[in-house]
Design a binder for this molecule. Sequence first.
Ligand SMILES: [Ca+2]
Ligand SMILES: [Ca+2]
Ligand SMILES: [Ca+2]
Length: 150
Amino acid sequence: MHALHRPILAVALAVAGTALAPALTFARPSPAFGGDMAGRLMEADANHDGLVSRAEFHLWRQSQFLRIDRNGDGFLSREDVPALLSGRVGPRLDALVEAFDTDGDHRVSRAEFVEGPTPGFDLADANHDGLVSKAEASAVRDAARARARG
Ligand SMILES: [Ca+2]
Ligand SMILES: [Ca+2]
Ligand SMILES: [Ca+2]
C-alpha cells in the first residue's frame, strides 16, 4: 500500500473512484437506486436490439465485476476500495456484500455477483417477460426522478 502515498497515484485513484462509485450504486439493491440504474441499464444491450435480456444483463454484470474488483483477486471486498475513498465508497461496498454474499465469507465472488439479486432489472421489467425495453427503462428512470423531485 506504500505506493498509494505517491501524489500522482492518489489523484489517479480519486479519478478511478468516480467510476467505481456509480458501479457500486448500480449493484446496491435498494429501491432508491432504481432511477440511477435504469439510466444505465441499456448499456447492457449487447446486440443493440433495444431490449436487455437477462442473459445480456448477466454478461454486463461480469464486466461490472471486473470494474469493481480493482485488486483483481476475484472477490469484491473492502480491499478493492482505495483508503482514500473508504469513507464515501466503503459503506456502499458493505451494502453490496450484505446483499450478494450468499456463502457468508464476507466477500462477493464473481458467481455471487453475476447470479445475485437483480432488483433493478426486476423493477424495470414491468410486464415480466424477462426483457427490459427502452420504454420500460425510461419509465423507471422517470418514476425515480419524480420521486426525487418529491
Ligand atoms: Ca438486446
Ligand atoms: Ca477484489
Ligand atoms: Ca461470498
